[in-house]
Write a protein that binds this ligand. Sequence first.
Ligand code: C2E
Ligand code: MG
Ligand code: MG
Ligand code: MG
Length: 284
Amino acid sequence: RAAQSIEPALLFFSEEMNQRAKEHLRIESELRDALANNELMLYYQPKVSLRSGRIVGAEALLRWRHPVRGLVSPGVFIPVAEETGLITELGNWVVNEACRQIRQWRDANVIMPPVAVNLSARQFDRGLPQRMAAVLERYQVHPEQLMLEITESLLVRGADTVIAIMNELVAMGLALALDDFGTGYSSLAYLKKFPISTLKIDRAFVVGLPHEENDCAIARAIVTMAQQLRQEIVAEGVETLAQMNFLRELGCDQLQGYLFSQPVPAPDFERMLREGKRLAFTGR
Ligand code: C2E
Ligand code: MG
Ligand code: MG
Ligand code: MG
């Protein structure tokens, strides 16, 4: 056998790669089924104003209800979808489902703040504005009802084309938010070139507030400079009152995090809105 002449370490390594490739293929084919079998759903996580304590937005987050494995988190399947290109189909499903839900809420007289969807860099081609327009048209949703969250990886890629597409989206009335800010390589000065209205400070810098000096300095720098660029600032992953108070004093506009709510299914989010759930600035 040929394998006998291969070093055991190499054999082990290739076996491990083989396992990973198999796992990858399995997730890929199951994801295709998931799309066809309605196993995907959107959860909604509120964004709350640090001035009024009220819900002023939501982020739609993809969930996969696997028939055997239960709820699979996007951390597991989004990277596979990115790699295989299936993300464009998933992304289309997400935009469609978010607009369908927004329309349903409007028909039920729920007063809805803007809902943000995450876009992969792979969805960001010249056809994107047209595809967005078609979905908005299909459900008769106002573009102000929808926001798009993009990541820094997009900004480093062929800036001129990306800026042109962004400008088209903004001209249509769709606001752009920069997700996970601080984890990539873009400086705030560079950001000026892009028509982005909201910055989301990544959870990695929120977690150490208010005790980690470096995190405090980073959060302070982001908020201060974003204010000068007149961008809204949302802090991700806020879990404690101490984090909230620190961000509030800095002048951060909104928070999103377990302190207020985890991402929840649409009916639960609707209930929070109907009940007027608010962030308490004291207590707990
Ligand atoms: P993201 O866009 O930065 O979303 C925020 C993530 O932080 C969500 O994880 C959310 O559940 C989590 N989070 C929010 N508050 C807290 C908190 O207080 N503590 C902790 N520990 N976590 C918090 P989730 O839903 O697992 O999504 C992970 C990532 O998967 C997202 O990060 C996004 O990059 C990606 N993703 C999710 N849905 C989609 C989608 O529809 N399309 C694309 N392209 N990516 C998506
Ligand atoms: Mg996001
Ligand atoms: Mg984020
Ligand atoms: Mg993040």
